[in-house]
Write a protein that binds this ligand. Structure first.
Ligand code: SF4
Length: 585
């Protein structure tokens, strides 16, 4: 790396003593580049073995990369922590302005430890950390209002990032998210609960630092090449036009849209919650993360009349994408677009991860219908497919539980099903609820073996659609391919680029960009580093008790027809056995 690059500065914050320090770690960035590489090494070194994810010693690590702020779509921040949802590796990615704000503030990573004695938020600017009293923000019903208040009081208008939790994080719901800039999230694996456990309501960060490149002429040439590729790419155009919600009709067409807790891969009302329908009837605007020419973030405007006030309307802006449409739409049998948007609005306000919330409420609905739980547990709600009002109430109860059942719902579907029953239809992999793809075996194997158990780890759903629907491939070959993809993704999320641009950032482009950032690295070196980062993540998972366990795969996936005919238990078990041999230390 370049010797004068502030990327190697790690800001260390101690909430207990309300103190901070800056440590320079060129060694760490030289070895692991940035982002997920640096964060996973810090987690491995600094999270005490066996610690409770909600205890003060669990660190929150935020990291960006050497290309942040310098190239198109270099827009993401990596958060790493021990996950309160899964009990092992917690990793979440967020865009908005978060990455650029950390870069401009003069840091490559932030490590937060300890627990404040009262609710606080951090205001970081001019290389200083201010610990603000957040007692009046704690308990506010809307996450959006919290953002507005901090915006009105803190420095850095226009360039700052404000990352904050809602009531779900305060109340330690194990799948609470952290919201940045209103429409972006560290969505998955419960970072919001870790914030809450530390009495940390929010972080506001901004700065005006500059960062170096080694050859300005070559940099401009490369920037332009990447920019042109980004704006001319057909794939990027798809993300701009309809966003990821373009997938809803496509997946439904092939019978791969998880519907009513994966009772089916076809939803008869998919069209009215599809990207096309929402764009035609509700799309208000598109937004972009900082430094992104694509703008894939789609915001719907929902206009509702006030009760008893004809011609008076309130308009609510609600973001949507494929995963949200799946989780708060088809998975719960909601096909009415306004009902879907209203449920999403509630999930957003309280700060829940929509995927886990939707899948957990889907499990509860099926459990209720099968008599596994009753109205005593649900506190009078009769959960039913399509009943958005019931689900809005449930989302509230998960955050402010009226009884033990909702406290257990706040642990996610995996844990709740171990208490009440219905494991075979609790749609979680590695204790993390599945994303919106019932495409076939590669998708599910990808969820099971991915370090985060996320669709973004290795995109197995795409292997189903591009290869397995055409011809049968041995499960061992599928695993080898997914692992290779996941190893490469460690590089993309270390430099760190939005995954939507992964086809543009080829190994050659990455090597050229890193050279300008002072890294003398070949494509072979990148392969080696990607492998090492992936192994570091698994080292942490195994250390914290993760097991590859075929018996934990929900049986439902084998019962519901998928576009790949041979989605069988035998096939998945063979894949997991092969993976175990590959990954065990
Ligand atoms: S493509 Fe979308 S998610 Fe990715 S950087 Fe651009 S706006 Fe953000």
């Amino acid at each position: 790396m370049l010797k004068n690059d502030p990327i190697a500065n790690i800001l260390r914050v101690d909430l207990e003593h309300k103190s901070y320090a800056v440590e320079r770690r060129e060694d760490l960035f030289d070895q692991y580049i940035g982002g997920t590489g640096v964060a996973s090494k810090l987690l491995l070194d600094e999270c005490p073995e066996g610690c409770d994810p909600l205890e003060p010693e669990n660190p929150i690590i935020l990291a960006i990369g050497p290309m942040t702020g310098a190239y198109p779509l270099a827009s993401k921040t990596i958060a790493m922590f021990k996950s309160p949802l899964t009990g092992d590796l917690g990793e979440s990615h967020c865009g908005g302005r978060s990455a650029l704000a950390i870069r401009n503030a003069g840091f490559g990573a932030i490590v937060i430890k300890g627990k404040a004695d009262i609710p606080v938020y951090l205001s970081i600017y001019d290389h200083a950390v201010h610990f603000r009293n957040a007692t009046t923000l704690w308990g506010m019903s809307s996450n959006t209002t919290v953002g507005k208040i901090i915006r009105a009081n803190e420095a850095g208008a226009g360039t700052r990032s404000i990352m904050r939790i809602g009531r779900a994080g305060e109340n330690l719901v194990r799948y609470a998210c952290v919201t940045a800039e209103t429409y972006r999230h560290f969505g998955r694996m419960g970072l919001g609960a870790v914030f809450g456990s530390k009495n940390l309501k929010a972080i506001s960060i901004s700065g005006k630092d500059k960062y170096p490149v080694s050859d300005i002429k070559e940099y401009r040439k490369l920037y332009d090449e990447i920019y042109q590729a980004s704006v001319k790419s057909a794939l990027m155009k798809k993300y701009h036009d309809l966003g990821t919600s373009v997938n809803v009709n496509v997946l439904n067409g092939i019978g791969a849209l998880p519907t009513r807790n994966v009772e089916s891969g076809k939803f008869d009302q998919a069209n009215t919650i599809s990207g096309e329908y929402l764009a035609e009837h509700y799309l208000g605007r598109r937004l972009a993360c900082t430094g992104c020419p694509v703008a894939c973030i789609h915001i719907a405007n929902l206009r509702e009349p006030y009760e008893d006030e004809p011609y008076f309307y309130k308009t609510t802006s609600i973001s949507y994408d494929h995963e949200l449409i799946y989780a708060a739409g088809s998975m719960l049998g909601i096909g009415d677009p306004e009902k879907f948007l209203k449920l999403m609005d509630q999930i957003e306000k309280v700060g829940l991860d929509a995927i886990t919330a939707g899948a957990t409420m889907a499990w509860a609905t099926e459990a209720f219908k099968k008599g596994v739980i009753t109205e005593t547990e649900t506190n009078g709600i009769k959960p039913d497919w399509g009943d958005h009002l019931g689900y809005i109430k449930m989302a509230r109860f998960i955050v402010d539980p009226p009884n033990q059942f909702y406290k257990d719902m706040a642990l996610g579907s995996f844990q709740a099903s171990r208490i009440y029953g219905g494991q075979e239809y609790a749609m979680a992999f590695g204790k993390n609820e599945m994303a919106g793809y019932h495409t076939g075996p590669a998708g599910y194997i990808g969820f099971a073996i991915g370090a985060r158990h996320s669709h973004l780890d290795n995109a197995g759903y795409s292997v189903d659609q591009k290869k397995l629907m055409e011809k049968e491939i041995e499960p061992e070959t599928v695993v080898d391919e997914l692992v290779k993809e996941e190893e490469w993704r460690q590089i993309i999320s270390s430099i760190i680029i939005c995954f939507f641009a992964r086809a543009i950032y080829t190994p050659d482009i990455v090597v050229r960009a890193l050279k300008l950032a002072g890294f003398d690295i070949t494509t072979k070196d990148l392969e080696k580093i990607g492998k090492e980062i992936y192994r570091n993540k698994y080292a942490f998972k195994f250390r914290e008790g993760f097991k590859i366990d075929a018996s934990q795969i929900p049986k439902r996936i084998y019962e519901t027809k998928s576009p790949v005919a041979y989605l069988t238990e035998d096939y998945v078990n063979r894949a997991l056995k092969h993976f175990e041999k590959l990954i065990q230390p």
